[in-house]
Write a protein that binds this ligand. Sequence first.
Ligand code: FAD
Ligand code: DLZ
Length: 510
Amino acid sequence: MPSLILVLGDQLSLSMSSLKDANPESDIVLMAEVMEEATYVGHHKKKLAFVFSAMRHFARELEKKGFSVRYVHLTDKNNQGALRAEVSRAIEDLSDVEKLIVTKPGEWRLLADMEDWPDLFDVEVELRDDTRFIATLDDFSDWAADRKQLRMEYFYREMRRKTGLLMDGDEPAGGEWNYDQENRKRLPNSKQTPQRWFCEPDDITQEVMNLVEDQFPDNFGRLRPFNYGVTQKQAEAARDAFISDILPGFGDYQDAMAQEEPWMWHSILSLYLNVGLLDPLDLCKRAEAAWREGRAPLNAVEGFVRQILGWREYVRGLYWYKGPEYKNSNFLNAQNDMPEFYWTGETDMACMSDAIQQTIEHAYAHHIQRLMVTGNFALLTGIHPDQVNNWYMRVYADAYEWVELPNTHGMAIFADGGVIASKPYAASANYINKMSDYCGNCRYNHKGRVEDDACPFNALYWNFLIRNQEVLQTNPRMGLVLKNVDRLSDDDRKQIQARAASLMKSFGMC
Ligand code: FAD
Ligand code: DLZ
């Protein structure tokens, strides 16, 4: 008897649990472009083009494998605009469907909706676990259950042991678990960044780009040129080019930033991983093989594997472990509005302008820009967590709540009070200057604190510490930094607070 298999826009893997026992002869795969998913946040135009084009290409792949695919285009006359309504319409139209099979979605919002489906539809509904991750959700909760602190590093070590990745017997390869200390080089002026793999849009992507232009003209971001891959084959080509040409340099400059250098040695693979065009375990194994065969150094490969086997798996586990209430905390009582320049990049702060302009252009910024530039600014100025989370969901091609939320809410703005980070990632211009060439190209002086031309990050940093001194006082990792606040004279404090207030006013924040 036929089953209807719903495949979502970020479930584009032939190995999906929903497809594992599918019978192409009898089963029907449903894929639907719907306004509800396209508008629950106002996605970047490039993300919309990427997801719709990747969905259309995946439907073709399924058809080549002999599946019947019921593909609903966004502008189809009868499109009901929501996944549940499209499932309902498909069940009605097909009349002999006995069972609906879906792999669980990546967001609480949609899972809550799907959990009502058994009561709504006259067919059996089977929600299957998403098996594309290296750790199961039970693995994560078993690990987390008796711990006071859920630090990524210990989860990562457990995952290394579990998978055997970068292990020599029971010991970590090279003797250390973590080569983070070797991943903090500044980019020398003379060093050229490498050429990257990109591709030209085919007819399907061109058609989707026209659709996005037509239906979402006011969304954030620049649509053209569009050069991301949209098929598994293209994602694999991007992966192979990364492993052979870029990975060897990944470690050294992992934390570095440079003006008009959006990619550095980063992989630009998150958008493919997150929709299922690449497999995370396979990617880690390929990176490990590059080290074992002498094609990449250990600090690079360990750093890369840590991002995927460690951070990516950890934030996903934590998102589901903490539940939908996780996003409601506001530990630092941040209440301010996001300044307009987050949407335009029009600010004299060279680092903010560059990170935001790249985001507009590419729907991409690398991790340190997200954390230590735009995230740090939001932390220091106390932008309300809902606004910060909303911004990160809207502007990046790889944004899905399971990965965006822990990174933003926990890592960047400490709104969870320390579930993820042991202390706030608050930094002054000193850090940005150390890790980038931004300050040399900026109209602000990175050394000044309260003068008219002083870098805003400095007064905002000190003001952040003054404002949050009491609530951070009990954090053992903040002791040293807060001692410096105690040393400020009354006059220093007043000047810092006055400068911070005047900056915030000039940014339209209060
Ligand atoms: P690389 O630097 O090449 O890293 C390799 C891979 O490791 C990435 O492709 C990604 O899959 C994984 N990875 C690296 N860091 C993290 C991390 N902290 N958490 C989870 N996976 C990680 N990543 C997303 O995929 N989607 C998001 O919506 C997202 N939002 C973020 C918001 C903030 C505030 C911060 C600080 C980070 C966020 N990240 C997010 C994590 C990280 O910034 C991106 O994964 C990375 O920049 C993607 O670029 P890349 O593929 O070149 O990564
Ligand atoms: C991101 C996205 C977009 C823009 N559009 C669709 C869509 O039209 N149909 C669909 O099935 N999925 C889409 N997606 C991906 C979903 O939003 C994603 O599956 C959920 O957020 C769960 O992770």
